[in-house]
Ligand binder design. Structure first.
Ligand SMILES: Nc1ncnc2c1ncn2[C@@H]1O[C@H](COP(=O)(O)OP(=O)(O)OP(=O)(O)O)[C@@H](O)[C@H]1O
Ligand SMILES: [Mg+2]
Ligand SMILES: [Zn+2]
Length: 466
């Protein structure tokens, strides 16, 4: 087909425009930064124009004045959100699906993205919100096979196996479902660009047009995005800027639980998580994440400590495991999984200097059980306690939780929202909370829990390992 409009290659770094693709941008000298895009943002000419006139490439002519309504007259602000009924999913979105929004769901291969979106499609359909599921990666039979495993009946979900953006948009426009789910953005291509599906220019252009479709029609659009080795969604960084909401679906391959996390949300808070378990019949919401993450803990073992993290608004208890073992030849290893490597190096230095624990001849491994990531400093004290427990080869007191940031002077520092974390610990049957003497809560909501406050690591470990 030669109805293709003219395209140019723009440097994603400096913005310079080039008529042809090249490995290096002549304007700024960067390598591999050129991405294809449509040459004219104005109305296209010829056959392409008619084809895309409804939802197409063209912007409105610039010459006519637009009407600017009063903000108070803008309609739709109080439109209710649609609930999929998959509670954790609705929760992470900020309380359901916003009509006309576009949501990107990223995740590693095989993590369960297709399963999640198919379940969402089925539930929405069954709740009276028409769903159109578009698979660019799997045949209708493959999708059907997955669907037949699911708990929720999905016979009424419309299914299209297609990769042409033009066909997808035309179909969606003709059907006008409430929700369109595209699996995946990397397989969709527009014939307006020369590049192969999945390349930066294609992904960005397709996403931008799906976004415009969502805004023009009020249809909510979900797109799956594959994740690169670096952990980002494959394709341009701008993809995450284009969409309204970015969800990451993650988990450890070997474990059956999955965490859904919002990293951007124009309609709700970020860093909320939803926790699921992958089962025979699809993803099941886990209402009590702490129980899951603490599931198979060996309390009597040395090197294990429990922290209470805030995942968005929700406190979650996680086990931190540390192992300090005699190193072989060469530089001792420092391996952290689910915890920042530089933060670990800092804690080791503080433990050495301020608490008299030397790791110079030890390999050190730190692991956050269950595949969660400890992002907040409130996890420091549990990591330090697990490390101290491992070097002493003595278990920490049973049923205890460690809450605190560790300072360079070895001081234990207060953390935010101590009350909520303590309440979660109490709910999960813990009996002692170790924290900073400066974050003893005013109100200890739970009388069943003992608060053990210390000023420094040295003071705390002196008491725990006399
Ligand atoms: N019969 C089954 N019972 C339990 N779990 C299953 C079963 N079949 C598949 N799974 C799970 O579903 C996962 C695949 O899910 P899905 O295809 O939704 O992932 P995806 O993220 O879309 O993958 P891709 O990146 O390949 O598109 C498998 O890794 C497996 O864990
Ligand atoms: Mg898939
Ligand atoms: Zn450049």
């Amino acid at each position: 087909m030669t109805s293709r409009g003219k395209t140019v290659y723009r440097c994603t770094d400096c913005g310079a425009e080039h008529p042809k693709w090249a490995g290096r941008c002549e304007a700024c000298g960067e390598w591999n930064t050129l991405a294809e895009e449509m040459a004219t943002p104005k109305a296209p000419s010829g056959r392409g124009a008619a084809k895309h006139s409804r939802i197409g490439v063209a912007g409105a002519p610039r010459s006519t004045a637009a009407r600017a309504p009063r903000l108070g007259d803008v309609k739709g602000a109080d439109e209710p959100r649609w609930l999929s009924g998959l509670d954790e999913f609705d929760f992470v979105l900020g309380g359901g699906i916003v009509p006309g929004s576009m949501v990107l769901v990223g995740g590693e291969p095989g993590i369960g993205k297709s399963t999640l979106l198919l379940q969402v499609a089925a539930r929405l359909q069954n709740a009276g919100h028409a769903a159109l599921y578009i698979s660019g990666e799997e045949s209708p039979l493959q999708v059907k096979l997955r669907a037949s495993r699911l708990e929720e009946p999905s016979n009424d979900v419309a299914l299209l196996s297609e990769t042409s953006l033009e066909t997808i948009l035309a179909t969606a426009d003709a059907m006008r479902p409430d929700v369109v789910l595209v699996d995946s953005i990397q397989t969709v291509y527009t014939s307006d660009l020369e590049g192969a599906p999945g390349n930066v220019g294609q992904v960005r252009e397709c996403a931008a047009r799906l976004m415009r479709f969502a805004k023009d029609t009020g249809v909510a659009v979900f797109v799956v995005g594959h994740v690169t080795k670096g952990g980002g969604i494959a394709g341009p960084k701008t993809l995450e800027h284009i969409v309204d909401t970015v969800l990451y679906f993650e988990g450890e391959g070997s474990l059956d639980h999955r965490v859904l996390r919002a990293t951007k949300n124009r309609f709700g808070s970020v860093d909320e998580i939803g926790v699921f378990r992958m089962t025979q019949s699809g993803l099941a919401a886990v209402g009590n994440p702490s129980a899951l993450f603490l599931g198979d803990r060996h309390e009597a073992a040395s090197g294990s400590a429990v922290a209470a993290l805030l995942e968005g608004t929700r406190p979650v208890l996680v086990e931190i495991q540390a192992l300090a073992a005699k190193a072989g030849f060469g530089t001792p290893q420092r391996v952290a999984t689910g915890f920042d490597g530089r933060r670990l190096a800092l804690l080791l230095a503080v433990l050495d200097k301020r608490a008299g624990l030397s790791f110079g001849a030890l390999d050190v491994f730190v692991n956050v059980a269950g595949g969660l990531r400890v992002m907040e400093p409130a996890g420091d004290l549990a990591v330090a306690a697990a490390l101290a427990s491992s070097t002493h080869d003595r278990a920490l007191p049973p049923n205890s939780v460690f809450l605190g940031e560790v300072g360079l002077g070895g001081e234990i520092r207060p953390i935010s929202q101590a009350e909520r974390r303590i309440a979660e610990a109490a709910r999960m049957g813990f009996t002692t909370v170790f924290l900073s003497d400066r974050s003893i809560p005013q109100r200890n909501g739970s009388r069943s829990i003992r608060i053990a406050a210390s000023r420094t690591l040295d003071e705390l470990f002196g008491a725990l390992f006399p």
